[in-house]
Design a protein around this ligand. Structure first.
Ligand SMILES: Cc1cc2nc3c(=O)[nH]c(=O)nc-3n(C[C@H](O)[C@H](O)[C@H](O)COP(=O)(O)OP(=O)(O)OC[C@H]3O[C@@H](n4cnc5c(N)ncnc54)[C@H](O)[C@@H]3O)c2cc1C
Length: 513
């Protein structure tokens, strides 16, 4: 087995991972290992932008904090919200230093947009609707310019390397061939592997996002929480024969309408803010409209906006639809909700500590309890950037406590000798995704959740022996699904996050036990 050593090992090449690398590089050599290219994470596809307490005064911060808490349906940790929002100004300034070309108006002032459930315009964006890719490339370029940075891909996390006291001191990775096992010894490991949206049948996430991080961390003994709170984005392209494609909420922020089959706006039936209601309210409204009448089609329409505006403001969305033969400016586009964002994950404190020495977690894989049961639009890039900076102090000061590395419990072992998960069933991603969509989708009933869990249990058969390559990814997918389903049975019931245990789903609270 090949073995490498580095001070800081970051796993995951999204905005959280690259921000962490850049923060740590001044303190020692850092390596970033990723399962795929820059476009393998959700960061690359972020369209709407980056939410900031724009103006950066105390009252601007307070307003952003309140909007986040309100959208989160009472399940946000107010300290976490205040910490993340307050870190926005420094994060933004550091992005400007890395050269991120945020969009400006003709007077040179930064443009800000309003999105759903934001009381005021505070979302900055770049390249119109290419914010994520532009930020990510700027961070990656800055990292690649550093002499002590190394990037390894494609390698998927296999398991953590633990010493005899249980401290994490590196990790093992699988390469492209099953026999390629790579050991990386490190003072500290920062996990930034993103969410699990691609475990659901309909999703906005790239296919790599299948809950690997939470699964490996769970096996290592990390506490996983709030996996029930999965966010569904309401406006995802719904055209037969095409992949789901996000139509950013910023379009509604700029005035786009949601129309029913008759061409009428219907969102005011559900919320006084209409199309700008919190994301979960809009997703649930679409679900109700679409399922109560099978003939119903919901479209997103921008035809009433000034000609040329949408093409310029949302070039990525406009271009994508053009390739499909649709002129967005004249044709309403059919939309339907899809799985989008993991609010829960590996429980951490506000410095990203996981509870296991040597391991930190940040970004979508982590649960720092900032998003509650429903993330406020454009707050996740903010979280990834702020946490990628905040971890530095604790990582640098605490990682040396258990270094140089002691002998690992896995030292000298071959891959076959490592205890890894096995599953007995056939590998079928489409069966898994269909099961999760039906049992943990927008509407959940106890019966469906239990059926889903039974299905997962049948396929997961304990920890029997080594699994490699794609079967390993599948075992992770099963475990992450199980964590989502189990959490639904025990999490507080909330209208947010589209969890409908109430009369609307024909299920009463007492049936949960
Ligand atoms: C279409 C879309 C639009 C969005 N728009 C916005 C927006 O406008 N504003 C906003 O705030 N948020 C938005 N989000 C959410 C936001 O993009 C993500 O929450 C955020 O970018 C997550 O960043 P991350 O660095 O934690 O993870 P990611 O960017 O998802 O990166 C994860 C990385 O981990 C790697 N990885 C995964 N598994 C493994 C493994 N087993 N081993 C090694 N590496 C692994 C992947 O290859 C990838 O490099 C959007 C999401 C999507 C999908």
């Amino acid at each position: 087995m090949e073995s490498l050593a580095v001070d800081y090992l970051v796993i995951g090449g999204g905005i959280a991972g690259f921000q962490a690398v850049l923060s740590l590089l001044p303190h020692g050599p850092a390596m970033l290992v990723s399962k795929g290219p820059l476009s393998s994470g959700s960061s690359y596809f972020a369209q709407g932008g980056l939410a900031l307490p724009w103006g950066f005064t105390e009252s601007d911060i307070e307003s952003h904090v309140q909007d986040t808490i309100l959208a989160g349906a009472g399940l946000c940790d107010p300290d976490a919200v205040r910490t993340i929002v307050s870190g926005g100004e420094e994060a933004f300034e550091s992005l400007l230093r890395y050269g991120v070309p945020f969009d400006r108006d003709k007077n040179g002032q930064f443009r800000t947009t309003r999105e759903a459930a934001h009381a005021r315009p505070r979302i900055v964006h770049a390249g119109g609707d290419r914010t994520g890719a532009i930020i990510l490339k700027s961070l990656a370029d800055a990292a690649f310019r550093q002499p002590h940075f190394r990037f390894l891909s494609p390698y998927q996390l296999y398991q953590f390397r633990k010493d005899s006291e249980g401290n994490i001191q590196g990790a093992y990775f699988l390469g492209e061939r099953d026999s390629d096992l790579l050991e990386i010894r490190a003072k500290a490991v920062i996990l930034a592997t993103g969410g699990a949206g691609s475990l659901f049948l309909r999703t906005t996430n790239p296919r790599f996002q299948r809950g690997d991080g939470v699964s490996v961390a769970y096996r290592a003994g990390c506490e996983i929480e709030r996996m029930a709170y999965y966010q569904f984005h309401p406006t995802v392209l719904d055209l037969p024969g095409t992949q789901p494609f996000l139509l950013t909420e910023a379009m509604r922020g700029e005035g786009a309408y949601l129309l029913d089959s008759k061409g009428d706006r219907f969102m005011f039936k559900y919320h006084p803010e209409g199309e700008l209601a919190p994301r979960d309210v809009v997703a649930r409204a679409l679900w109700i409209e679409l399922t109560s009448d099978k003939q119903q089609q919901i479209t997103l329409s921008v035809g009433h906006l000034p000609k040329g505006f949408v093409r310029k403001r949302f070039p990525q969305v406009y271009g994508h639809l053009k390739e499909l033969g649709i002129d967005l400016e004249t044709t309403p586009v059919p939309v339907r909700p899809a799985a989008h964002f993991q609010m829960g994950g590996i429980r951490t404190d506000l410095d990203g500590r996981t509870g296991i020495k040597g391991l930190w977690a940040i970004g979508e894989v982590a649960s720092v309890r900032v998003h509650g049961a429903n993330r406020l639009a454009s707050n996740s890039l903010l979280e990834a950037l702020v946490m990628g900076r905040r971890i530095v102090e604790s990582v640098v000061s605490e990682s040396s406590e258990h270094f140089p590395p002691k002998t690992s419990t896995t030292d000298g072992k071959k891959i076959e000798e490592m205890i890894l998960p096995e599953f007995s069933g056939e590998e079928s991603w489409s069966a898994l995704k269909t099961m999760l969509w039906e049992s943990a989708g927008i509407v959940r009933t106890i019966r469906r959740v239990r059926q889903g869990l039974d299905w997962v249990e049948e396929n997961l058969a304990g920890t029997k022996g080594p699994v490699h390559g794609s079967r390993f990814a599948y075992a992770n997918g099963l475990l992450a699904s199980k964590l989502i389903l189990q959490d639904i049975l025990t999490s507080p019931v909330t209208g947010a996050n589209c969890v409908l245990f109430g009369p609307e789903a024909g299920i009463v609270e007492s049936e949960r036990s």
